[in-house]
Design a protein around this ligand. Structure first.
Ligand SMILES: C[S@@+](CC[C@H](N)C(=O)[O-])C[C@H]1O[C@@H](n2cnc3c(N)ncnc32)[C@H](O)[C@@H]1O
Length: 446
């Protein structure tokens, strides 16, 4: 997907008289669509090259539209896809002997309940993508023929959609509060510690949250008065965050059944069909003075402006990179001198085992040493922060991530030296951040 800058401000006004709380931006005009190409070297082994294939603006626009509609199709095809699984379960049940069927009197009624939950989820998904072809102020995706067609999406896309549904639990339900406390709270507390509101005009402090998912972390930071921008690449997430941030208002007014796709590891049948309500808080309840926005696009391509952010906060994000050093380099570049990078997450590399994809899978030890060589000061480091990610708390199978948490500061004064950097001797000899004017001065950081 290319970069698109879309303003939900504008879109929102088209659909409702309510005030908008967030500005979405999609930067298609800045985009350069890239594709991984596999070429053969002299050896037998295929060699991966990450080549940027240049497209004409027309080709770019076409690819962008195709991708957009593929994601819409996944939302619209949900019922058909999940109902297949329910039908399969029914066929399996009916294939049992009469004697065995009699031992399981509630299976068919449970499957009927499952179908009802699927229908309900489908209604919410329809609402999410309703009119979203107009959500970008600088990009129109509408096309009559496209609207009429419904193409079966890939299993990969359907899995992404199911993950997106679970993301509503993490970000916008009461059930997700405990998980948010372990994942988001350490980051939020660190921002408040580093930039306390009694010492700074926090509205002038800029915080970027790349890989923002459904936007809750960025929203919470904005709620505290910081200028906060979420950045997200996936249309699945962008459609959904647009919906929750700009079209949901009444607390706990909507229902989803996030666990119905899980047929294994249920202790009770009713665990599979239990619901969650969202949003647990009115997303439009941000103070009118807040500066909150969401920008669509690849983090590496959207954020190129040097020295522009006071803080970059990454949560479960850095392992989405083909090469995490590219993320590190971009974060270094876009942070203002003296700015901080706060990170929490595991290293579950997203492109590991994916055919024809570059995937550099570094240990934390390697990343840590690269961070320091790059010139960051590691000010805080905790190597074992236990968290979950979209956990089904009644499942018989649970994953715990033993996350890394760190705060790395770009020194207040640096000389760049090729790829890495060297600190100014004076800045080097200072205790980390003690001489940073941003910490001594009581005013804003801009
Ligand atoms: C594991 S999720 C974490 C989401 C959120 N930070 C959270 O903690 O719930 C990683 C997110 O990063 C997004 N992402 C992956 N690569 C990206 C990129 N290059 N630019 C922006 N977002 C990206 C994915 O679409 C996904 O929503």
């Amino acid at each position: 997907m290319s970069l698109d800058c879309f303003s939900l401000d504008e879109t929102f006004r088209q659909h409702s008289a309510r005030p908008s709380i967030g500005r979405f931006c999609a930067a298609a005009d800045m985009a350069e669509i890239t594709r991984e190409a596999v070429t053969k070297g002299d050896q037998d082994e295929p060699i991966l090259h990450k080549e940027k294939i240049k497209y004409t603006p027309e080709e770019e626009a076409k690819l962008e539209r195709q991708h957009f509609w593929r994601v819409i199709d996944a939302f619209r095809y949900y019922r058909v896809h999940v109902q297949e699984q329910v039908n399969r379960a029914e066929r399996q049940y009916r294939s049992l002997t009469q004697r065995h069927q009699l031992l399981l009197p509630s299976v068919l009624s449970n499957l009927t309940r499952l179908s009802q939950c699927v229908d309900h989820n489908q209604e919410v998904l329809h609402a999410i993508v309703h009119n979203c072809m107009h959500m970008f102020e600088n990009m129109e995706y509408g096309e009559e023929d496209d609207l009429k067609k419904l193409r079966p999406p890939s299993t990969f896309d359907m899995d992404k959609l199911k993950s997106t549904i679970k993301q509503f639990v993490r970000d916008w339900s009461e059930v997700g509060q405990a998980e948010r406390d372990t994942c988001y709270l350490p980051i939020i507390r660190e921002i408040q510690r580093l930039f306390p509101s009694d010492q700074y005009d926090v509205s002038k402090l800029s915080v970027l949250v790349p890989g923002a998912g459904l936007g809750r972390l960025a929203w919470e930071i904005a709620r505290l008065g910081y200028m906060c921008q979420g950045n997200e690449w996936s249309f699945f997430m962008l459609f959904s965050s647009n919906f929750v941030l700009n079209r949901c208002e009444k607390v706990n007014s909507l229902i989803l059944y996030p666990w119905i796709h899980q047929f294994s590891n249920n202790k009770k049948s009713s665990d599979q069909t239990r619901s969650i309500r969202f949003p647990d808080i009115d997303p439009q309840s941000l103070p009118t003075t807040s500066d909150f926005s969401m920008v669509a696009g690849d983090f590496l391509e959207v954020y190129t402006e040097p020295d522009s952010w006071d803080c970059v906060a990454t949560c479960f994000f850095i392992d989405t990179a083909h090469n995490v050093l590219d993320y590190l380099e971009t974060i270094w570049k876009i942070l203002k001198p003296g700015g901080v990078w706060i990170n929490l997450g595991p290293l579950l590399y997203h492109f590991e085992n994916m055919a024809n994809e570059v995937s550099i899978e570094l240990s934390y030890e390697d990343i840590r040493s690269a961070i320091i060589k790059y010139g960051f000061h590691l000010e805080v480091e905790r190597e074992s922060v236990q968290t979950t990610y979209t956990e089904n708390d009644r499942s018989m199978l649970k994953y715990v991530y033993d996350c890394i948490f760190f705060v790395a500061r770009k020194p207040a004064r640096v000389y760049t030296n090729g790829g890495g950097c060297e600190e100014d001797d004076h800045a080097c000899s200072s205790p980390p951040c003690a001489k940073s004017p941003r910490r001594e001065g009581g005013s804003g950081l801009t």
